[in-house]
Design a protein around this ligand. Structure first.
Ligand code: HEC
Ligand code: HEC
Length: 281
């Protein structure tokens, strides 16, 4: 500004245009999820529990509070990228606004806490932590914090937040695992290994240390939809057909079976849980 003489109207006009553009951008942005830096931890114990929840989401198999309930090599953020703050890949942003939600699988209304615990049984191939346990409260508190400031819009159709992974238009029946095998070698094996067991650069995608057959990702349509928005992490450019072909190849391999009763805690620690369905999420 200093370089323009005070009498000239040009910088004034430029400033007005600049300001309105800024105002417009701000208005548009308010509909978007907030970034981490915009979020402020609540003071006191509540903030500590939010932070604890995030740690568990990042180090689920190692953290002493969650470790007993995990039976594979994954963490929550293996799929909910960046501790659920990636805006696309099964994001946690805004999720708490969708609960309580109707769950067609469980034929009951579920709370966000129920939904969190179900991912332990299926995606983590572990045991459902007891309702109200420290781990359950911490993770649920962290995820709820990621919806702060957004309006509640309970979901009457399914347990899914407003920015859930979009379904593919292509029918799952059009998957070709043979083509997927070639694509997997080209686009995925560098991080997840040829034998799917992962390594330094990525977690296992099949076998005993991966998600089980009760997990949403064990369905080709769900896995493909997630791959399209999530993998490869720095180059998320798969077409629907490619994502579906790769999903069919990944899910053609063995993984742990899902037998519900093996994933529930002892009856006296279970609380009210009446879901009898065994279908994937
Ligand atoms: C193998 C991948 C995978 C892992 C690991 C995983 N999840 Fe999920 N989770 C999913 C998918 C896929 C969905 C469905 C999300 C979608 O369609 O947008 C989901 C949904 C959820 C939802 C509901 C989201 C919504 O939009 O309503 C919550 C909450 C959740 N997971 C919590 C967790 C927690 C907590 C952990 C760790 C204990 C975990 N998940 C581990 C794949 C995974
Ligand atoms: C540059 C390395 C890299 C490439 C390439 C890559 N991934 Fe991943 N993938 C990761 C990492 C890292 C994670 C876990 C994210 C985290 O923990 O932050 C992951 C997570 C996953 C998961 C969920 C967790 C699990 O192991 O089940 C699946 C499924 C997956 N990737 C499949 C694929 C497929 C299929 C491709 C090829 C299209 C691919 N990835 C390409 C690094 C990679």
């Amino acid at each position: 500004m200093a370089r323009h003489p005070a009498g000239s109207s040009r910088p004034m006009i430029a400033m007005v245009i600049g300001l309105s553009a800024f105002a417009l951008a701000t208005t548009l942005r308010s509909a978007e999820p907030k970034s981490t830096t915009e979020r402020i931890l609540p003071p006191g114990k509540l903030g500590e529990v939010v932070r604890l929840g995030r740690e568990i989401v990042e180090r689920t198999g190692e953290h002493p509070l969650s470790k007993p309930y995990v039976a594979n090599a994954l963490t929550c953020q293996s799929c909910h990228l960046q501790a659920g703050q990636d805006p696309q890949a099964a994001t946690f942003l805004g999720v708490a606004t969708a609960y309580p939600a109707w769950s067609p699988r469980e034929k009951r209304v579920v709370t966000l806490e129920d939904r969190v615990l179900n991912c332990f049984m299926r995606s983590m191939n572990g045991v459902r932590p007891p309702l109200g346990s420290e781990v359950s409260v911490a993770v649920t508190t962290y995820i709820t914090w990621l919806s702060a400031g957004e309006s509640l819009a309970m979901n009457p159709d399914r347990p899914l937040g407003p920015r859930g992974v979009p379904s593919l238009a292509l029918p799952a029946a059009q998957a070709d695992a043979g083509r997927g095998k070639v694509l997997y070698a080209e686009r995925c094996a560098s991080c997840h290994a040829d034998d799917g067991q992962g390594g330094e650069d990525g977690p296992p995608v099949w076998g005993e240390r991966s998600y089980n057959q009760g997990a949403g990702m064990s369905r080709n349509d769900k896995l493909a939809a997630w791959l399209k928005v999530a993998m490869p992490p720095d180059d998320r450019d798969l077409s629907e057909q490619q994502a579906l072909d790769i999903a069919a190849w990944v899910n053609a391999h063995p993984r742990p079976k899902f037998v519900l009763k093996d994933h529930l805690p002892p009856a006296d620690r279970l609380g009210e849980y009446n879901a009898a369905q065994q279908s994937p999420e």
